[in-house]
Design a protein around this ligand. Sequence first.
Ligand SMILES: *Cc1c(COP(=O)(O)O)cnc(C)c1O
Length: 393
Amino acid sequence: MKLQQAIELDQTYVAHTYGRAPFLPSHGKGATCWDCDGKEYVDFSSGIGVTSLGFADPEWVAAVSRQAGEYAHICNYYYSAPGEEVAKLLCEKSGMKKVLFANSGAEANEGMIKVARKYSQEKYGPDRSEIVTLINSFHGRTVTTLTATGQEAMHQYFYPFTPGFSYAEANDFDDLLSHVSGKTAGIMMELIQGEGGVVPLDEGYVQKVAALCKERDILLLIDEVQTGNGRTGYFYSYQAFGIEPDIVSTAKGLGNGLPIGAVLLGEKTEAVLKPGDHGTTFGMNPVVCAGAKVVLERIDGTFLAEVTRKGKKIRQALEGADNVASVTGMGLMIGVLPEKGDAHAIFDRCRELGLLVLTAKNKVRLLPPLVITDGELDRGIAILKQALKEAAQ
Ligand SMILES: *Cc1c(COP(=O)(O)O)cnc(C)c1O
């Protein structure tokens, strides 16, 4: 298929919920891909932080294909080896106790919110249901996770929204305290706000919030949908902040391209849900889990150290470069604020020059595959610098 034909089909038959850019992939390998006309691109996007092992990782392709040839699905009334193994790896690497499977980030966050509400309501009564989230956060697109998302612009058209959410200013502990009461069941946050513009929270603030939660038996819910699975140079970003969450949600990079979400439950929450309390037909899918197992087995100390090194390399190349006002983020989750020019125009120019990037608010956002090579990094950085430079003119 050619690009023009894809555009026509999309215009005619696909609901217009995305403003798509004119790019039609043919195939990829690692952090390099080719479009339908054979033009080559470096990938600094991984989808949106999804293809952590890049395109067509041989071990991942083999595991997924093998499982698809054995059995692609079995209902959750039975056991399934890939899912059992993924749950074990997630618990061992995170220190959490149990895994609740889902199929996306929003769905993992829904599960996280349900667990928090049930824990608090069983212990303290039905009034204890409120969740405090942060202004400028992003937690998903279902009605409840949209409500959890602390962005006014998103709270339109879909009324009535789920009651019981309030929004505190990020990095302002006094403001958070003013939102907490005897009705608070949980505090939910991303430690680096992704969609909000790659904005990391202060470590001191996060530790104070964690201490408050412990003291008042409020559950600390950490959304690691974008930051998780090695993206920041830590397995989960909370491990960099020295805190122990009660529940963690994750999704994007876990499946390397197949849809998966997971809720990781800690000591307080591991036994909250009972048979019948929650479920999903596709959760713990064997093909998806066979791929996720390859991702999880790959993320060891050496792998994470490489993510950190490559992240530093990008930052060093961009800090002080032409038209760069600031560089934020951690590991291979990076936000670049241009001094002049619109981030979306830079995104378009990068693509024309052979580099796929993302935007987040007024920043250019970089989420390269975690396995990107130094050669690919150098090529991508050169293109990005060129696009930034042009945007200043
Ligand atoms: C992407 C994202 C979500 C939503 O994930 P979906 O898979 O799109 O539902 C939730 N939280 C954060 C932090 C995200 O980045």
